[in-house]
Design a protein around this ligand. Structure first.
Ligand code: SF4
Length: 766
């Protein structure tokens, strides 16, 4: 006899999860309720009833302190609303697969599409799903039902999770003809699909098929139907005791399949009963059993066993095979995977639903990877990176979580692998990694570096102060690892360090590009008494106050403003001391180059007296050009001091007498302007001048006469001397020179001052 147990037998993930939830809550309460029978298996239901699990169909029977568990089939939204309204506590064990269908249906119903559900209308899962589209869904059980549907629909089609694939495919084909737009969702549960496929294959090669599961279990009935397609001897039993042992022959190949509501113990009991029969046959001389056959007997596959374990059994390497005294049940028990917290284990993905993954790890129940334990990158979706049947390595987080499930983590395995890979990077702390901001935490940001979580302190995110860390979530970051704690698997990273290094490099390149004598554009950043700091592209240079303008600058702010954009000339670069001297005035036209044009000789200009010196007054014509009024040109008449006529700050009008750009000199005359603008004064001055000239002429004539007299006297003395008569020269009588230079007028007739006289004298001398 050879017994082959389908790998996909017994409780599915959804059912196991619901049962675990029940057991968990039974630990805290004596009695709990389930909304309908938890699973379609009378034996299990009876067992549960004995433990205090009461199935009810109407929640009105519940009291305020009761707890009810929604079974894996799910229910409509009305049930939740009523429970909440009544204030009754509930736990939701709806299978994630079913939840996904409910959401899909609701979405399309809200969009106004017709919802079509392929399945049995009276199945609790189907009626629950229909509740999510206000019971407006059309339920079709096969392609014939489709014929009665209207045409021209925009519809959404989903299937009961345990529907046969073949049936669904036919419905899809037929329904397309009725729809203008059709959204088809393949919602048949992967576990159910795998179970059906395996059943189909097994029933093709087995002479006897034993199907274990409730008669009221839809998925078990479907398995039995499938078996009947390929196998003539099919026995659907609800209970191991119902196994018709008399039909078993020594050379039978017996296939065992079990529905999703069938507990493992039931399968084991069936195997055990067959084991007993086999023993009997071996002892009975009437039963022929070759050595080969006995070996084949041991080739039993056990539900929920890892492939490797099943293979082990098939190849006869287990104790069960070596020792016929060991029962199949014991062999199965021995080959069961034992798990413990923290264990790494390879499993097979059996289901992906709602981004949660169910993994067959060879344990008595499948493991479950919740969404937050799938990957350290929350953007990674299980359905995008995994498929049913894929092998993955997971870590056991809890053998039993609060819902009684085996809690697994792919994230921690992935994290360990990524951590190891990262730690093996060469020059780890010198490298710059591309990271991404993940979440804000106390004191900083969590970033992902090659999938490994790294803490970036708030002070290390940027060179500048960061007001809102959340701005960096989801943003790419350039990170350098600045601290690694291998024992705690903790990394501290810094973006600031990278940015500073980049800035430093950039600065170096900028300095190397600075050429003395070149023109650059900059922005005035700061003004001080000694100059202006100008940003010329990340580097500040200084324009000394003397290089701001060609003229004298009291304050740089008189010429430049903060944030003003200007062109400057690089005068000097000292990269070592990081100093740059800039010139602004050097790019401005020199004021004296246009002086002749701006101030033509003879023109009248206006300016402010800015300085007074003994020989005249300086007048500012423009910030960089001062003209000089010589003291003789300050007033129409001679003055002793400039201040007698004008003061610093006076605005004066002057005539340009001379412009000398090379010597940077402009001679001005205030006097000329006064005379031009006041003819009466000019006339008076002219008259005075004439008078002075007349007097001068008279004096000249007098001096000439006196000189002639002196010459005459000299000639006479010479003559007398020649005649021998020596005359004594009377020096005292010789007129003194000064007496000959001028004549004092009689006192009573004097109209001229002493100064006038001296003035005349001076003029004569000139
Ligand atoms: S959908 Fe699949 S996993 Fe969920 S309860 Fe049904 S058969 Fe089980």
């Amino acid at each position: 006899m050879q017994i082959i147990v389908a790998k996909h037998s017994g409780f599915c993930f959804g059912v196991q999860r619901a049962l675990n939830m029940v057991e968990q809550n039974l630990a805290e309460r004596d009695k709990i309720y389930t909304y309908g029978e938890l699973i379609h298996n009378e034996v299990v239901i009876e067992e549960l009833k004995k433990k205090g699990v009461v199935p009810i169909e109407d929640i009105c029977m519940l009291n305020q302190n009761d707890l009810i568990i929604i079974r894996s089939h799910g229910t409509g939204p009305g049930t939740y609303e009523r429970l909440e309204k009544l204030g009754i506590a509930f736990k939701d064990a709806t299978c994630p697969y079913v939840k996904r269908i409910q959401k899909t249906v609701k979405k399309h119903h809200d969009l106004g599409h017709t919802v079509i559900i392929a399945g049995k209308a009276d199945h609790p899962e189907v009626s629950g799903i229909n509740g999510w589209c206000d019971n407006a869904g059309i339920v079709v059980s096969d392609e014939k039902d489709v014929d009665s549907l209207p045409y021209g629909m925009t519809a959404c089609l989903t299937a009961q999770t345990t529907l046969q694939e073949e049936v669904y495919e036919k419905i899809i084909l037929r329904i397309r003809e009725h729809c203008d737009g059709l959204y088809v969702y393949n919602t048949i549960c992967d576990t159910a699909k795998a179970r059906q496929h395996e059943t189909e294959e097994l029933s093709k090669k087995c002479g006897v098929m034993v199907v274990i599961g409730g008669f009221n279990s839809s998925n078990t009935r479907k398995l039995a139907d499938l078996c009947r397609k390929y196998c003539k001897r099919v026995y659907h039993i609800q209970n191991p005791k119902e196994l018709p042992l008399e039909i078993i022959n020594a050379n039978d190949i017996i296939g065992i399949v079990a529905g999703a509501s069938t507990p493992d113990w039931m399968i084991r009991e069936v195997i055990a009963r067959m084991s007993e029969v086999e023993k009997t046959m071996a002892e009975d001389p009437k039963v022929e059993s070759s050595e080969d056959e006995r070996e084949a007997t041991a080739a039993v596959e056990e539900p929920d066993l890892k492939q490797s374990v099943a293979e082990e059994l098939e190849t006869g390497t287990t104790e069960a095979n070596d020792n016929h005294e060991t029962s199949f049940e014991e062999a199965v028990e021995k080959s069961m995977v034992r798990i413990k917290h923290g264990q790494l284990i390879t499993g097979t993905v059996v289901q992906i639903a709602d981004e949660e993954v169910c993994v067959n790890i060879g344990y008595k129940s499948d493991g479950f990877i919740p969404k937050n334990e799938f990957s350290s990158d929350p953007d990674v979706k299980p359905s995008e990176v995994l498929s049913v049947g894929d092998e993955i390595v997971v870590e056991v987080l809890k053998v039993k979580d609060e819902d009684g499930n085996v809690l697994l983590s792919r994230k921690s395995v992935e994290g360990k692998k990524l951590w190891d890979e990262l730690m093996h990077e060469a020059n780890l702390e010198e490298k710059v990694f591309e990271g991404i901001g993940k979440e804000v935490v106390k004191g900083g940001l969590i970033a992902s570096i090659k999938g490994v979580r790294a803490f970036v302190p708030a002070s290390q995110i940027s060179i500048k102060y960061v007001e809102n860390l959340a701005d960096y979530v989801g943003q790419p970051l350039k990170l350098r690892i600045i601290e690694v704690d291998k024992s705690r698997k903790r990394i501290v990273a810094s973006q600031k360090a990278v940015l500073m290094a980049e800035a430093e490099q950039e600065k170096k390149e900028k300095w190397s590009r600075l050429v003395v004598g070149s023109k650059v554009t900059g922005v005035v950043r700061r003004l001080t008494s000694f100059g202006a700091f100008v940003d010329i592209g990340g580097i500040d240079g200084l324009i000394h106050v003397t290089d701001i303008a060609w003229g004298r600058v009291k304050q740089p702010s008189d010429i430049l403003k903060v944030n003003q954009q200007i062109e400057v000339l690089i005068l000097n670069v000292d990269a070592e001391k990081e100093r740059i001297s800039l010139g602004y005035k050097q790019l401005q036209p020199k004021p004296w180059t246009k002086a002749e044009e701006n101030y033509p000789v003879g023109s009248v200009v206006e300016g402010k007296v800015v300085r007074i010196v003994p020989f005249g007054a300086f007048v500012s014509l423009e910030p960089t050009i001062d003209g000089l009024i010589h003291i003789s040109q300050v007033a129409v008449r001679r003055i002793a001091k400039v201040e007698d006529e004008i003061s610093v700050g006076n605005i004066v009008r002057c005539k340009v007498l001379e412009v000398n750009p090379e010597a940077k000199r402009i001679s001005l005359s205030r006097k000329e302007v006064i005379l031009d603008e006041n003819p009466e004064i000019a006339e008076e001055i002219a008259r005075e001048k004439q008078e002075r000239e007349r007097l001068n002429a008279e004096r000249a004539a007098q001096r000439a006469a006196i000189a002639e007299q002196a010459k005459q006297a000299e000639r006479e003395r010479a003559k007398a001397s020649a005649s021998g008569k020596h005359e004594r020269v009377d020096h005292e009588r010789r007129p003194r020179r000064e007496n000959a230079d001028y004549d004092l007028p009689p006192v009573q007739q004097s109209t001229t001052s002493l100064a006038d006289l001296f003035s005349s004298l001076t003029n004569n001398e000139e």
